[in-house]
Design a protein around this ligand. Structure first.
Ligand code: ATP
Ligand code: MG
Length: 725
């Protein structure tokens, strides 16, 4: 006779997962409102998935009566996959984003009311794209061109107001650096309503309109309320007010709502997320059960201890005490490199040695960090997956400018190419002069034409003559050298500075692009190769999106890494100015959010976590992130007390070793440590570097080979240049 096993016993046998007491309670408590407030890695998502399985298998609920709502499409997919792994024999459940639910509602409503509409985000027509509309409005209202940064900020401003459902009269109180933002926003709304024959909709509109529809159309409200018997939301700390409002209406009758959240992982408040809503959960749902989970199943002792202590720096939070029964693995590693450039090399060398790649992630705050990673990993032949690949770098006008300058070295007879850079080269040719130049069609050098046929100011003559000559001299130059000449001798960087003053561009960002281009150009011989390399990288970036689930290293922003886990996590660019950013420093709520972001990154790691910082970037000194210093204080409390200065200095390995005296002759630059070099080690004496692999330096001595930590050698000044053999 077949005896049907208990659901939980069965799952234990099939999956090896034994739910703990609270998890069990959360799964069994299927009726009524439930808030599950828990630490990272405590099994929130796992519990949610089990609960869905339980509803279907044990309670006989039809899968299509269950709605699981996630914050992003990526996490919807992640949940779908996990569900399939847990319950391969069950039909699929509806995991989707709140946006897709809202859109469905909006579509239904507009069909009923015969309203014609058009989407202006996602796969929208460029002509009617949200960003195009905002660009145009900005131009017409301020008379200036909007910068990419300002556009991003404007989009965030609008999203924020809509998601928080802030009424018009309170808009002036919403802070933004974008001039005339409020006026632009009002005209934007007006344009969407009446600017064309159709109603235009952006993603935020779907939410606000869906919410309005549920408020006004009792028929549709009822229809949707009757459609699902159970609603579950993951990562609810990132749910916004208007999203909460929609969900509230949806579950109003049966109140079978399960909300899973961690306030310490709230990282979208800039976009209107409302974690404080969870504090009032009992007020909204007086019958609610609230459960807490603090046991982490994901990470090692060391990682859990460090992360738990770290997040206590924040004042605005539920105090929790995350703990784990997982075994100890290894200390959290703090890697400090002499220069930013070494970072990607270090990563490629270290990770390149791994047997498989899918257990490893490199996490960063800004998408811009990914360009050099892509370059280096592509060169090293290490496959990688990028979730939110961002093509903006390659299409950025600074990149296009460099290519146009390079084209000018082949021919200076093309006014169309010159037009792209005419105001960014020494001798600054004005728009008017450019118009005159374009009318001359004799296929001669643009410089000759300018000098002969276009009225110029006296001071323009010399620099334009020189520019012509310089460009000629540049023919055949290696691209790195060419970029340097463009930046310096041809006056591009000076022009950028002026533009920054005039248009409010962020100078560090633009200079960063130039420096990145130099890195890409570094090993290339010709400008053609450089142009081809950029094209290639752009293509690689595109295909990197499709490498999910393959044997590939994951590159991700901290934001997009939420909910995921990896055996090995490398958090990079951990310096002041990036995390926390300059803006974060002046504002405590922003600072706390920045710390939460850091915390999300740390808690992705199961066993191996490295925090990477550096001393210098683009020739300028950088300071180690205060968050790294905080972690350092947590893992080496004694060391901290003894040190006179709180500064983290080249942290790394061998923390127990006595401090070695300062050696002025020591090799300090990591780039000097190449295979083949003869060095003198303070203890081991003379030897030859045979291999550099990640942090491991292999030195062949007279009678044996030693493996040393590269960072320690640099940090302690253990190696000197020993000249030739
Ligand atoms: P995050 O806050 O990062 O989203 P989470 O709370 O959703 O984390 P999960 O991703 O569900 O956590 O679980 C983290 C890890 O712990 C997963 O690998 C999961 O399989 C494992 N896990 C969860 N609960 C248990 C348990 N009771 N026994 C063993 N492993 C568990
Ligand atoms: Mg989760």
């Amino acid at each position: 006779m077949h005896i049907r096993q208990d659901f939980f016993t069965r799952k234990k046998e099939e999956l090896g997962v034994t739910l703990n007491k609270v998890q069990l309670q959360a799964v069994r408590q299927t009726e009524g409102p439930l808030l599950l407030l828990a630490s990272p890695g405590s099994g929130k998502t796992t519990t949610l998935i089990m609960r869905i399985g339980y509803l279907i298998e044990e309670k006989g609920t039809a899968p299509n009566r269950i709605k699981a709502i996630t914050f992003s499409r990526a996490s919807a997919n992640d949940m779908k996959e996990r569900f399939k792994r847990f319950f391969p024999y069950l039909p699929p459940v509806d995991f989707s984003t709140i946006h897709s639910l809202a859109f469905e509602l909006v579509r239904t409503y507009f069909r009923q009311t015969h309203t014609s509409y058009r989407l202006i985000e996602g796969h929208a027509d460029m002509q009617f794209h949200k960003k195009t509309i905002l660009r145009n409005l900005y131009k017409s209202i301020t008379g200036e061109k909007i910068t990419d940064d300002q556009l991003e900020e404007l989009v965030t401003y609008i999203s924020y107001i809509k998601n928080k459902m802030i009424p018009v009269e309170k808009w002036p109180a919403v802070a933004t650096d974008v001039p005339k933002a409020e006026q632009i926003f009002k005209q934007y709304e007006e344009f969407k309503q009446n600017g064309t024959g159709q109603l235009l909709l952006d993603f935020d509109d779907m939410l606000t309109i869906a919410n309005d529809i549920l408020e006004k159309d009792s028929g549709l409200l009822l229809q949707y309320q009757q459609r699902y018997d159970y609603v579950l939301t993951d990562e609810s700390q990132d749910t916004s007010m208007v999203q909460h409002a929609i969900i509230e209406k949806l579950v109003h009758v049966h109140q079978n709502l399960c909300v899973v959240a961690d306030d310490d992982q709230s990282i979208y408040s800039w976009r209107g997320a409302e974690p404080a809503y969870l504090l009032d959960f009992k007020k909204k749902y007086p019958d609610a059960h609230i459960l807490f989970m603090e046991q982490n199943y994901r990470s090692s002792q060391e990682i859990v201890a460090a992360a738990n202590q770290f997040i206590k720096r924040n004042k605005h939070r539920y105090d929790k005490n995350m703990f784990t029964e997982n075994p100890a693995a290894e200390p959290v590693k703090l890697i400090h490199l002499p220069d930013y450039q070494y970072q990607v090399k270090y990563l490629a060398q270290t990770i390149g040695e791994f047997e498989n790649y899918q257990d490893t992630a490199i996490l960063y705050r800004n998408n811009a960090s990914s360009v050099l990673l892509i370059n280096e990993f592509d060169r090293a032949g290490i496959p990688f997956y990028i979730k939110d690949a961002d093509n903006r770098f390659f299409s950025h006008w600074v990149v296009q400018d460099m290519l146009n300058f390079m084209r000018m070295t082949y021919t200076d007879k093309r006014p169309d190419i010159f037009e792209q850079i005419h105001s960014k080269i020494n001798g600054y040719v004005t728009k008017k002069q450019m118009e005159v130049l374009k009318r001359i069609r004799n296929n001669q050098s643009v410089f000759d034409n300018l000098l002969k046929h276009v009225p110029l100011q006296d001071y323009q003559i010399k620099p334009l003559r020189e520019a012509k000559e310089t460009l000629q001299q540049m023919r055949g130059m290696p691209p790195l050298e060419a970029i340097r000449v463009i930046r310096g001798r041809l006056g591009y960087e000076k022009a950028l500075e002026k533009m920054c003053e005039r248009f409010g561009f962020r100078k560090e960002y633009l200079i960063g692009i130039l420096n990145t281009l130099e890195e890409i150009a570094d090993t290339l011989e010709t400008m053609e190769e450089f142009a081809a390399r950029l094209k290639h990288l752009q293509h690689v970036l595109k295909t990197a999106k499709q490498k999910k689930g393959q044997n590939a290293v994951t590159f991700s922003t901290f934001h997009s890494s939420k909910g995921l886990e990896f055996e090995n996590v490398y958090m990079i660019d951990l310096v002041e100015g990036i995390i926390p950013s300059e803006d974060d420093k002046d504002d405590e709520p922003l600072m706390e959010e920045s710390a939460r972001l850091f915390y999300v990154g740390m808690t992705r790691a199961k066993k191996h976590l490295e925090l990477i910082s550096y001393d210098k970037r683009d020739g300028k000194k950088t300071a180690v992130s205060r968050f790294v210093k905080a972690v350092k204080r947590i893992i080496h409390p004694d060391k901290e007390k003894k040190q006179s200065s709180p500064e983290v200095k080249r942290v790394g390995h061998g923390s127990g070793i006595a401090k070695t005296p300062y050696n002025p002759n020591a090799i300090q630059d990591i780039s000097e440590l190449l295979a083949g070099k003869i060095v003198k080690h303070r203890v081991f004496g003379k030897g030859k570097i045979v291999r550099v692999n990640g942090d491991t330096l292999e030195i062949k001595l007279k009678s044996r080979t030693v493996k040393l930590s590269l960072v320690t050698c640099l940090e302690r000044g253990l190696l000197e240049d020993a000249g030739d053999e």
